[in-house]
Design a protein around this ligand. Structure first.
Ligand code: ADP
Ligand code: MG
Length: 252
């Protein structure tokens, strides 16, 4: 069953067509990749799904609901979480505090109260903390739990970014370049985590990634974009051997 659908979606920035009449469909439970050269429109697709940007035309549906009728904060409460190409965490807060903020969508408090740890009942607080602790354990972040983000190595911050998204218990997880800047070993860990996120947590994943080795290992299907338009779609093997994809990457 299709969980996320884009139909003929277009978005322009001035004279630049960032996404051009794109249609795609992601099934519940699959790991789906968006690939393409820099500037192809991949992050813009994520920004439209999370409602940061509104497409000029076309339709985006999540679990049968029209996402374009929703405000960005409502999109999160429907169960869509994302990570950012450039890590977006509170540098002067601890790992735990960043994850507690990530649980915001399940709370009745405001973001400011959230940060100040106010306005909650004890049992509510306990439930949220347990969910966050679960994610910390799942991603092996125990050693960093009470450490400030600012002093953490890049590779660890990348995992915290993933943890922040997971702590919201999403149905759909959008990962923007989860392996960029990671070492070979860290990329390998990321691979197992994405596998486990799908298998153990049952979360559907859409990822943007340049590392085709990683894409081939974790993804069921791949869509290749260039200049905002779909070049090819299929299994990782099919897409990698597609002539239009090879041409786009070689820039000929
Ligand atoms: P990718 O993630 O595939 O590298 P992006 O989606 O970030 O590509 O960008 C696609 C195109 O849209 C690029 O030409 C980029 O410069 C342009 N673009 C993206 N966001 C904006 C923006 N906020 N304002 C103007 N142009 C943008
Ligand atoms: Mg991008």
């Amino acid at each position: 069953m299709s969980l996320l659908t884009l139909e003929n979606v277009t978005l322009k920035f001035g004279g630049v067509t960032a996404v051009n009449n794109l249609s795609m469909s992601v099934n519940e439970g699959e790991v789906f990749a968006l690939v393409g050269p820099n500037g192809a429109g991949k992050s813009t697709v994520f920004n439209m799904i999370s409602r940061f940007y509104r497409p000029f035309n076309g339709k985006i549906t999540f679990d049968g609901q029209n996402l374009l009728d929703r405000r960005p904060n409502e999109v999160a409460s429907l169960g869509i979480a994302r990570t950012f190409q450039n890590i977006e965490l509170f540098d002067h807060a601890t790992v735990l505090q960043n994850l507690l903020v990530g649980r915001h969508r399940h709370r009745k408090t405001t973001l400011v109260e959230e940060i100040l740890f106010m306005g909650r009942t004890r049992s509510e607080e306990r439930k949220h903390r347990l969910a966050v602790e679960e994610v910390i354990e799942f991603l092996d972040l125990q050693a960093y739990r009470d450490k400030m983000i600012m002093g953490l190595p890049y590779g660890v911050r990348k995992v915290v970014e993933l943890a922040r998204a997971l702590a919201t218990k999403p149905r759909l997880l959008l990962l923007d370049e989860p392996a960029s800047g990671l070492s070979v070993e860290e990329t390998q860990d990321m691979r197992w985590w994405i596998d486990d996120i799908r298998r153990q947590m049952g979360i559907t994943v859409v990822m943007v990634e340049h590392d085709m080795g990683l894409v081939s290992k974790v993804c069921d299907r791949v869509l290749a974009l260039a200049d905002g338009a779909k070049l090819a779609e299929g299994t990782p093997t099919e897409v990698q051997s597609h002539p239009a994809v090879i041409e786009a990457y070689l820039g000929t």
